[in-house]
Design a binder for this molecule. Structure first.
Ligand code: GLN
Length: 269
């Protein structure tokens, strides 16, 4: 499904990160190389970035393919940032088609994206939706599985969870109830958290900065694949990858219930 990318590093023009690389997000919108589901990502795109001295990111989203928006190319050419999160979208059938459903989703300092789908949505995750405070549900920006996942992540963050723990807990909660692909990506401009849960994910850290992406932007050296079933944490100095469910023994139902009850209790805090 979609492809997404997050960056931390020295001030870098958005065009250099997203548009210029031979196999960057722009190319991935019509010719992704490693996408496991879907042929292209032409149902919209979005980019969020941080300006100096302002913790709340700017966001630019459109419902058109990235290649069809020459205004973005112009803005991206002259806009530099030290932290960026961007995505190109292949909409899951039955979801909101307009820009309200295009990542990144925002809340305060956060930028969030979901690459994947929740199978059986919305019925399969009714109980998870019901566990959210009504205001959180009413505040969903669009009718799409990704918006529900973002609301669940927001609840975890609001309850004090660290970003990678919030993502891992939401993947556990949803996986306990249905199948799907749950590659989540989250940044506050200082740290990137990401899950590899059903689709591809890789990272690279060099003098140009740290990139975490669905797939490599070029054929250069240094790209590391993230094993499926992992949660990644990246800062400017360090990248850490660990298993999503460290103690997984194959006893999915009982572990799932344990994860689910943890989720419900922290959701109501
Ligand atoms: N399910 C999400 C949507 O419809 C993400 C889709 C994707 O990863 N292609 O936007």
């Amino acid at each position: 499904m979609c492809r997404h990318l997050a960056f931390l590093g020295p001030p870098t023009p958005l065009a250099e990160l997203l548009l210029a690389p031979e196999h960057g997000l722009l190319t991935q919108s019509w010719a992704p190389r490693h996408q496991r589901n879907g042929l292209m990502n032409a149902d919209g795109f979005g980019a969020g970035w941080y300006a100096p001295g302002d913790p709340v990111p700017a966001r630019y989203r459109r419902a058109v393919p990235m290649w069809a928006d020459s205004s973005f190319a112009d803005v991206a050419r002259v806009t530099s940032s030290t932290a960026v999160l961007a995505a190109v979208r292949s909409a899951t059938p039955g979801t909101t088609p307009d820009e309200a459903a295009a990542a990144p989703y925002t809340d305060g300092p956060w930028l969030f994206s979901h690459n994947g789908r929740v199978d059986g949505w919305p019925r399969s995750v009714e109980a998870l939706a019901a566990a959210l405070p009504p205001a959180r549900l009413l505040g969903l920006e669009a009718r799409v599985d990704s918006a529900l996942l973002w609301a669940m992540v927001q609840e975890r963050l609001a309850a004090g969870a660290a970003a990678p723990d919030a993502l891992a807990a939401v993947v556990a909660d949803v996986s306990a109830r249905t199948t799907g692909r749950f590659n989540l990506l989250l940044t506050d401009g200082a740290t990137i958290a990401a899950t590899a849960a059903g689709d591809t994910l890789c990272w690279r850290r060099d003098g140009a900065g740290t990139v975490v992406a669905s797939e490599p932007s070029d054929d250069g050296p240094g790209w590391q694949q993230v094993p499926d079933g992992s949660v990644l944490t990246a800062t400017r100095e360090h990248v850490d990858v660990r298993p999503l469910v460290p103690a997984q023994t194959g006893a999915a139902p009982s572990q799932g219930s344990a994860a689910a009850s943890r989720s419900s209790s922290s959701s109501v805090l």
